[in-house]
Ligand binder design. Structure first.
Ligand code: WT7
Length: 636
């Protein structure tokens, strides 16, 4: 088996790119032919970026799991679909072949049905990195239920917000998980999220670590019991035929304002786009073992651990643990153990492993690796070089893949070994992707050697369609800043050869260890404290996390700074999750404001970055005197 749409030469890439721009509909129809459809589409594309309204493969009918599972269960039943490496390296892992995975998915789809889940219902999934997480999402897709996965690091409050916003009726979770040696109690987070909740009828709990948890009578059932009830029965496959534009999933992500928004992805276009990009960016060849270290709770895991690799019939490795347990050589042990060919990880993971030096790499072979990838934030030169030299042993192309939750799949990247890699550059747009750089007034910057705000001017099949329950928010957030374009929120430059280098967010979104955090969200979490009058949160560069958070907080004077610190940290843990805690908190008497009362974040950012002598004009401030005070008490 090979992929008719795999581009294996630079010329083939250029030709595909040209076709994709000249005739996008014909181009994408050609790719879409390679998937399982119950009924082909009547029309490839209808769109406008004003409402916005984006529809791909209109009239097409399918179930994405037939492309991900059934076709391979027939053609290559014994090929491993998922390889699972548990947290504890001494525990046995598990491998599920395509045939086995299909059986498990159908079985759990029946469980969902038996528990009242219907087509169109929203199901919240709060599970660790175990095969059942992939089974859960595919089972939802099989019956047309829309999954809303919440990353296991989020707090009870965040789970609740997401359940309420998307009106989920069922939650899937486990009795916990070990991360390294630390047990994490996922079930009690779910219980706390559901206090007084009337939406959730059922919680299905997979027994994973055998911990002592409480089950609520009438609401909670054990996954294993529900599956056991089916033994001996002949199961009827509850598969639903879906429209290409039916929702596949909702995934919440942070923006510069307000609460996280539920990014909506639909079925047909998403499937075609992520599989096309998976096969081309990583140059996957049948038989390769592919290992993406992301968590399925983020979009990278949705698209490039589960749906993309499976729709390509690939072998995808899932890892439950952390890169530093039992030691900082864990990734390399996994690569050697399973002879991993393609590794896809994040700059923050690379930097944290770099901090251990090359000792943990000693005695590791890594000879199976062919391609190494990066995602989540700009990769700095030092990390790029370390990755290339020590992991790729100078003979694996690095693919630096730029994309976002809203994009569904990779938009700008090298094709491994096919188009040139350039350190710190994502390089060229994939076929179908038409980037433009605009200045602050929305004027398009033509030609090369320019820098500006990164927008996309034409739809691609994997893009978001709306934000759940609030289409206007989608329009305002992504399509209103520069009318006629999708605005990414990132800045980029284009060099003399048309290669793109992403320079980072240009809005109030901070990327901490690859976790996307809106400063507004952290501020509201801090402001929950009665003793807090006002706060402002900004990002600053951090050696390992990429960026970290710096909070400036005004207290009302009725609390000691020590107590306030503790309370603020607890509040962020509770409102969002531990990963959103500011590294630095400075108590201040005032925040620099413009005459109209707006916080001058630019100044706060500069101070946090340590650029104190370069604050620009502060004389127009309402309260220029606070700046000196803030500078003098900066937290180092
Ligand atoms: C933001 C999106 C999509 C996968 C995981 C993150 C930053 C992502 C890169 C890259 C420079 C990158 C951007 C983007 N980002 N990949 N290769 N180079 N920056 O998804 O949570 O939606 O975050 O991550 O700032 O806007 P996300």
């Amino acid at each position: 088996m090979n992929y008719p749409y795999q581009l294996t030469t630079q010329a083939a890439y250029e030709e595909a790119y040209r076709k994709s721009v000249e005739n996008p509909e014909e181009f994408w129809a050609g790719v879409a032919e390679n998937f399982v459809w119950r009924k082909k589409w009547d029309k490839v594309l209808e769109w406008n970026f004003t409402e916005p309204s984006i529809k791909w493969f209109i009239g097409g009918k399918l179930n994405i799991t037939e492309s991900c599972l059934d076709q391979w269960a027939k053609k290559q039943p014994d090929t491993p679909a998922l390889i699972w490496e548990p947290n504890n390296p001494d525990d046995p892992g598990r491998t599920l072949t395509y045939k086995e995975l299909l059986e498990k998915v159908i079985e759990f789809a029946v469980v969902l049905k038996n528990n009242g889940v219907k087509k169109g219902d929203r199901v919240c999934i709060y599970m660790p990195m175990i095969p059942e997480l992939a089974i859960a999402m595919l089972a939802c897709a099989r019956i047309g239920a829309i999954h809303n996965i919440v990353f296991g690091g989020f707090s009870a409050k965040s789970i609740r917000d997401r359940i309420e916003d998307s009106k989920c009726s069922v939650v899937l979770t486990t009795d916990g998980v070990y991360r390294g040696t630390k047990p994490i109690d996922l079930k009690s987070a779910v219980d706390n999220a559901l206090i007084d909740d009337t939406l959730i009828r059922r919680v299905i709990v997979y027994k994973h670590i055998d911990s002592d948890i409480t089950m609520k009578e009438g609401r909670d059932v054990w996954w294993q019991d529900e599956v056991a009830k089916l033994q001996g029965q002949t199961l009827t496959d509850p598969i639903e035929e879906m429209d290409a534009e039916d929702m596949l999933f909702i995934l919440y992500t942070s923006g510069s304002t307000g609460k996280p928004k539920g990014v909506v992805h639909t079925t047909g276009g998403y499937m075609v786009y992520i599989t096309y990009t998976f096969v081309n960016v990583f140059q996957y060849k049948p038989g390769d073992v592919y290992f993406c270290t992301a968590d399925i709770g983020w979009v990278t895991g949705h698209s490039y651990i589960v749906y993309g690799p499976l729709a390509a019939g690939a072998t995808s490795l899932m890892f439950e643990g952390i890169p530093t347990y039992p030691d900082a050589g864990r990734f390399w042990d996994i690569v050697d153990k399973y002879k991993v060919n393609i590794l896809y990880t994040a700059p923050t993971a690379i930097r944290s492993l770099m901090a251990f030096g090359t000792e943990p790499l000693k005695g590791k072979d890594l000879g199976s690796l062919k391609v190494i990838g990066s995602v989540g934030e700009p990769i700095n030169l030092e990390a790029w070089q370390w990755y290339y030299d020590n992991v790729g042993k100078k003979n694996c192309p690095v693919v630096d893949t730029w994309w976002q939750t809203e994009n569904g799949g990779i938009l700008i990247s090298t094709l491994a070994g096919v188009t040139p890699s350039i350190p710190t550059y994502a390089t060229k747009p994939l076929p179908g992707v038409q980037p433009v750089l605009v200045d602050g007034n929305g004027k398009v910057l033509e030609g090369n050697n320019v820098a500006g705000n990164l927008c996309i001017k034409f739809p691609w099949p994997g893009m978001l369609r709306t934000t759940y329950g609030d289409h206007e928010r989608c329009r305002v957030n992504y399509f209103a800043t520069y009318p006629g374009y999708y605005f990414s929120g990132d800045g980029a430059l284009r060099d003399e050869n048309g290669n793109y280098r992403i320079t980072g967010r240009v809005d109030d979104v901070i990327n901490v260890s690859g976790h996307r955090i809106g400063t507004a969200e952290v501020e509201s979490a801090i402001n929950v404290q009665d003793s807090v009058v006002e706060s402002a949160v900004v990002g600053y560069p951090h050696d390992i996390k990429g960026q970290a958070l710096y909070a400036y907080v005004i207290l009302d004077g009725n609390i000691s700074e020590e107590d306030a610190l503790q309370k603020i940290n607890a509040a962020v843990n509770k409102e969002i999750g531990h990963f959103a805690r500011p590294d630095k908190i400075q108590f201040v008497k005032g925040l620099p404001k413009t005459r109209s009362g707006k916080i001058m974040r630019r100044i706060l950012r500069k101070i946090a970055e340590g650029e104190m002598n370069n604050l620009g004009d502060t004389t127009t401030l309402l309260n220029p005197e606070v700046v000196e005070e803030i500078k003098n008490h900066r937290v180092n």
